[in-house]
Design a binder for this molecule. Structure first.
Ligand code: SD4
Length: 337
C-alpha cells in the first residue's frame, strides 16, 4: 500500500471509528446533567435562507460563495470557492498571491477550513502554492491529520496536484523593499495590515461551514504563524450553534481562543453581535492591554441566520450576502477615543 493510501485508509477506519464512537456516545447520553452542560439553544425557528458573510470588503468572494450555494453546493464548497477568489486576487496584499512577505521576503500562507461535522484541516507556513484554503481542505479530507506545516504541507499539496508559483508580486516586493529602509524589529500592527479573509456560510439545509486564509502579518518574523489557521482561534464552527472567524493581530486572538469563545457565548444564549462584543471586551479589558495599538475583529453567524461583527477599532467591516443583497456593512467598534 502506498503511504498516501495508508493515510487515507487510516482516516476512514481506525481514527474514523474512534470519532464515530465518540459521536454515538454523545448522542446516546441523555442524562439531565449532560443536557445542562451542553446547554444547546433550541432550534425551533424557521430555517433562514442561505447566507454568506466574510471579513472586510470582499464582494466578489461572497458573490462566488453565494453562486455555489445557489447551484445547490454545500456550505463547505461555498466558503472554499469564495476564499479562492481573494487568494487569486494579486491586488489583495494580505492573502494568497500578492500577499506581503515576511521580513526576509518570503510569502508564507496560513489557512484552515471547518465543516458541519466539526471536521477541520489547516496548513501553516505554506510557500509557493496560492490556494492554501484548498490544501487545508485536502488535509481535512484526505489525511487523518488536522494541520500540516511548511515543506510537509507543500509536498502534500504537490502530491495532490497543486502547482507551485512565485507568490511575491512586483508590487509586494516593492512595498517590502520600502519597508526595509526603516525596518523596525517589531511586528507592524496598525490596522491597514489586516485583511485576512474569513468566511462563514449557511446552505439551504441550514448547515454551516467556515474557512480562513491569509498571508499573515506583513513583515512578520520568518516562521511566525498567527491565529488564522488555528482552529478555535481564527475559526470555529459548531453546526448546532453557529460559527465565527477572526481577523487582526493573531497573537491577541490566540490568547483568548477568540472564535471558540464567540461560539461558546452564543451557546449560552448570546446573539452573534453580543458574542462578538463580549469577545472583544475580553481582549481590551485585560490588565495592561495595549489594545490602542492593534486591531482585532470578529464576525459570527448563528443557526437562525443572525449575524454580528465587532472590532476594537473603527473601519472593520463585514461583507454579507443574503436574500439577493450583497453588501458591505461597517462594524461597531470599542475604541471611541
Ligand atoms: C494573522 N490574523 O496572521 C492574521 C492577520 C490578519 O489581515 O488578520 N490579516 O495574525
Amino acid at each position: 500500500m502506498k503511504r498516501r493510501d495508508f493515510i487515507k485508509n487510516a482516516s476512514l477506519t481506525g481514527m474514523g471509528l474512534a470519532v464515530g464512537n465518540a459521536l454515538t456516545n454523545c448522542e446516546e447520553n441523555t442524562s439531565d446533567q449532560n443536557k445542562e452542560l451542553t446547554n444547546t439553544p433550541k432550534n425551533n425557528s424557521k430555517r433562514a435562507s442561505p447566507i454568506v458573510v466574510a471579513t472586510w470588503h470582499v464582494i466578489s468572494a461572497t458573490a462566488k460563495a453565494m453562486e455555489v450555494l445557489n447551484q445547490d453546493g454545500n456550505a463547505l464548497d461555498a466558503v472554499e470557492q469564495g476564499c479562492r477568489i481573494e487568494e487569486a486576487n494579486e491586488k489583495g496584499q494580505t492573502v494568497g498571491k500578492g500577499g506581503l512577505p515576511d521580513r526576509d521576503g518570503n510569502v508564507t500562507l496560513d489557512a484552515c477550513v471547518m465543516d458541519k461535522h466539526g471536521n477541520c484541516g489547516a496548513v501553516v507556513y505554506l510557500q509557493n502554492i496560492k490556494h492554501a484554503v484548498s490544501v487545508a481542505r485536502k488535509v481535512m479530507e484526505d489525511t487523518p491529520h488536522v494541520m500540516l506545516a511548511g515543506e510537509g504541507a507543500k509536498q502534500f499539496a504537490l502530491s495532490k496536484g497543486f502547482t507551485t508559483e512565485n507568490l511575491l508580486t512586483e508590487a509586494s516586493k516593492e512595498a517590502w523593499e520600502k519597508w526595509k529602509i526603516e525596518a523596525q524589529y517589531k511586528p507592524i500592527i496598525n490596522i491597514e495590515n489586516h485583511d485576512t479573509i474569513g468566511m462563514l456560510a449557511m446552505d439551504k439545509n441550514g448547515d454551516i461551514s467556515g474557512a480562513c486564509t491569509t498571508s499573515g502579518l506583513a513583515y512578520k518574523l520568518g516562521g511566525r504563524v498567527g491565529d488564522s489557521p488555528i482552529i478555535g482561534s481564527g475559526l470555529f464552527i459548531d453546526n448546532e450553534i453557529g460559527g465565527c472567524v477572526a481577523t487582526g493581530l493573531g497573537e491577541e486572538v490566540v490568547k483568548t481562543v477568540g472564535s471558540f469563545l464567540v461560539v461558546e457565548l452564543m451557546r449560552q444564549g448570546k446573539s452573534p453581535q453580543e458574542a462578538c462584543e463580549e469577545a472583544i471586551k475580553r481582549i481590551v479589558n485585560k490588565p495592561n492591554s495595549n489594545y490602542k495599538n492593534f486591531q482585532v475583529g470578529y464576525i459570527a453567524i448563528n443557526k437562525q441566520g443572525e449575524t454580528g461583527s465587532y472590532a476594537i477599532h473603527q473601519w472593520f467591516s463585514m461583507t454579507k450576502f443574503q436574500n439577493g443583497v450583497n453588501e458591505q456593512i461597517q462594524s461597531g467598534y470599542f475604541n471611541k477615543t
